[in-house]
Design a protein around this ligand. Structure first.
Ligand code: URA
Length: 228
């Protein structure tokens, strides 16, 4: 991880404060002054700030049930940030592994471990995300086949990756995808002439949503390992 991030994870300093101290030459990595905040360090490197050894805090992994009308951003904008619901220290260091739209509800995974969230987000890792989708029009008979083959989204060069559709009722389906393009689910249903009216994420990989709206919990070690 970057040196400035390592210092934030091991002290109460902000990123800016850490950068100032690094640039001023107060930090050594393996006995050498490191004056560039972007220097890459590992948890087992010997990092000293003003000659005091720093130990990075353990990373945090959180599951949350995102309420309707909140946004996956660290600050309030037109809608309130979902971080208003999470009372942990240094919440600014956390980010969301796969954002949801303001009008989407359900499972979000939150962490300060960028490598871990990369495994969830990057399409190459084929991490499955399952959405319960309410539709304006009855689902077409050939929808499952079209999604399995991939559909053309407006403005994209390639077809969507194969996706799995399970029909619950004529106007409610479960869709499992491995990508996370902007408004992906809504655009997939537009591509087959339908319209999403409600959208709720139920599952990411093997992690199922199991807390009430607006509530959160830390992931178990097994859940964390699943994405490592
Ligand atoms: N696809 C969407 O269209 N919106 C979301 O919030 C998530 C997936």
């Amino acid at each position: 991880m970057r040196l400035d991030k390592f210092i934030c994870k091991s002290t109460d300093l902000t990123r800016n404060e850490a950068t100032l101290l690094i640039n001023a030459g107060n930090v050594t990595v393996n006995n050498e002054v490191a004056s560039n905040e972007a220097t890459q360090v590992h948890e087992n490197n010997d990092v000293l700030l003003d000659e005091k050894k720093l130990i990075a805090r353990a990373s945090r992994y959180i599951l949350m049930h995102k309420p309707l009308g909140t946004i996956c951003s660290n600050i309030d904008e037109v809608y309130p940030s979902l971080f208003n619901y999470i009372d942990v220290e240094k919440a600014d260091d956390l980010h969301i592994a796969g954002r949801l739209d303001a009008d989407t509800t359900g499972l979000v995974l939150i962490t300060d471990d960028g490598r871990w969230s990369f495994n969830i987000i990057t399409p190459n890792k084929q991490c499955e995300k399952t959405y319960r989708v309410g539709l304006r029009n009855p689902i077409a008979e050939d929808a499952a086949e079209k999604f399995a083959l991939g559909v053309q989204l407006q403005g994209e060069k390639q077809l969507t990756f194969p996706a799995k559709l399970d029909v619950v009722t004529s106007n409610e389906v479960l869709l499992t995808i491995t990508e996370g393009k902007f408004h992906q689910v809504k655009r997939m249903f537009s591509a087959i002439g339908n319209r999403v009216v409600t959208l709720h994420r139920e599952q990411i990989g093997n992690i199922k949503l199991d807390v009430e709206v607006g509530k959160w919990r830390f992931l178990t070690p097994e859940e964390i390992d699943y994405f490592k």
